[in-house]
Design a protein around this ligand. Structure first.
Ligand SMILES: Nc1ncnc2c1ncn2[C@@H]1O[C@H](COP(=O)(O)OP(=O)(O)O)[C@@H](O)[C@H]1O
Ligand SMILES: [Mg+2]
Length: 400
């Protein structure tokens, strides 16, 4: 059976590695063979687990393994022919060798190749649970959201690749003075496209793969998590929990951090309005760093309740769905407890603020829709549908 896959993502330093390690350790204690793998190049999984990890899974304790994926190795496995060809071409064009080497890897590609380790584990089927400590933003997940484009290449372009290449060779030679890519280069591209499709299938299987967004009760961090959440919903990836880590405990009241705790309270309200009905898991700011099995257990105890198995899918449907046509977009929001349909809408820059029967929701719209205007809101069967229209661009100047 395909393993349960849980991905943790969020801004740098918020506690992704700690939360991923704590979750994995708890899954293992629950009797599941668990691998926690870090694809963040800023590896710190070995410190969190207090174990020596490498590029291949290493056993940490009963049923728990850890792995720090090496982007370089993954790149060599998947992209070496392409790198060689691009590198030579760039050097031919006068780029120095060191810069050429760096330019052969598109931005974000190292993280993408690291994620392919996930696909290998899926196929091998040695683990019940795969916990992934991802690189800071959801960027990579966005890269994975082009399966339709990838399929098009696979169906339309690759079957004719030989003819195209044969026809192009003399032209390219005479006009551009660059060598044509060989079969191995084409093979790298074909492999990558195939892998993108496979990864997408793994991550969009909402019964087994979910994403958990990690953040701190801090304004900017929450804003970034909201943007990621929008993209995840847009591309059909299921977020089944959000984690707010480093919440000041009541004990700080009356101390230097008392005022901070007040601010955090306000920020927590924003978290609820932005992510509901996705469950919000809280963890306090501990008096020590989260490293080693004892601290990981404490963190897991705070995050997950007795009856809440961390490997369970904690929320089962997309809370926001967005469809966009030419000039009209529809946002569908789950509002399970609203009935009267007393709806008020406000748009503040890219944020759409919706109030229904006392429930407040804040949705960060994708930049492309930031200037669109809400024109209608309807509530039916616990779902609120908000229609947005592209703002009329005035064709004639309105001068007095
Ligand atoms: N709830 C917490 N209380 C105290 N320290 C924490 C907490 N969560 C994480 N830390 C510490 O904060 C630092 C950054 O956490 P880490 O999990 O590495 O973040 P990320 O992976 O998002 O960069 C680490 O030293 C970690 O031990
Ligand atoms: Mg980390």
């Amino acid at each position: 059976m395909a393993p349960r896959t849980i991905l943790f993502t969020g801004k740098g330093g918020v506690g992704k590695t700690s939360v991923a390690a704590a979750t994995a350790q708890r899954c293992a204690r629950d009797g599941l063979r668990t691998l926690v793998l870090s694809t963040d190049p800023a590896h710190s999984m070995s410190e969190a687990l207090e174990a020596e990890l490498g590029a291949e899974p290493a056993q940490v304790s009963d049923r728990l393994w850890g792995q720090e994926v090496q982007a370089q190795e993954e790149m060599e496995r998947n992209w070496s022919a392409m790198q060689e060809w691009l590198g030579e071409m760039l050097v031919d064009q006068g780029v120095d060798r060191i810069s050429a080497e760096e330019l052969t890897v598109p931005p974000g590609a190292d993280e993408l190749f690291s994620l392919l380790a996930l696909k290998r584990h899926h196929e091998a089927g040695e683990f019940d649970v795969l916990v992934v400590d991802c690189a800071p933003t959801g960027e990579t997940l966005r890269l994975l959201s082009f399966p339709d484009v990838a399929r098009w290449w696979l169906d339309k372009v690759f079957p004719f690749e030989r003819q195209i290449m044969a026809a192009a060779r003399p032209i390219v030679r005479s006009v551009l003075d660059v060598p044509m890519p060989g079969a191995a280069v084409i093979e790298d591209v074909r492999g990558l496209v195939g892998n993108l499709i496979a990864m997408n299938d793994i991550l969009r299987d909402r019964e087994r793969a979910t994403i958990r967004l990690v953040m701190n009760p801090d304004k900017m961090v929450i804003g970034e998590a909201m943007r990621t959440f929008t993209y995840l919903n847009l591309y059909g990836y299921l977020t089944d929990a959000v984690v707010v880590n480093r919440v000041f405990p009541d004990a700080v009241e009356g101390t230097y951090f008392g005022a901070w705790r007040e601010r955090q309270r306000e920020h927590l309200e924003r978290v609820h309005s932005a992510f509901a009905p996705v469950p919000v898991l809280l963890a306090p700011y501990f008096e020590a760093e989260v490293a080693g099995p004892v601290m990981l257990d404490r963190l897991a105890d705070e995050l997950y309740s007795e009856e809440q198995a961390p490997a369970a899918v904690l929320h089962e449907s997309l809370s926001t769905e967005l469809t966009v046509n030419e000039r009209r977009a529809q946002v569908r929001l789950q509002m399970p407890f609203a009935d009267r349909g007393d709806v008020s809408l406000k748009k503040i820059g890219p944020e759409l603020v919706v109030r229904v029967d006392g429930q407040k929701r804040t949705i960060m719209l994708p930049p492309a829709l930031a200037a669109w205007r809400p024109t209608e809101a309807r509530l039916a069967d616990g779902t609120l549908v908000v229609t947005l229209d592209e703002a009329e661009r005035s064709s004639t100047a309105d001068i007095g």
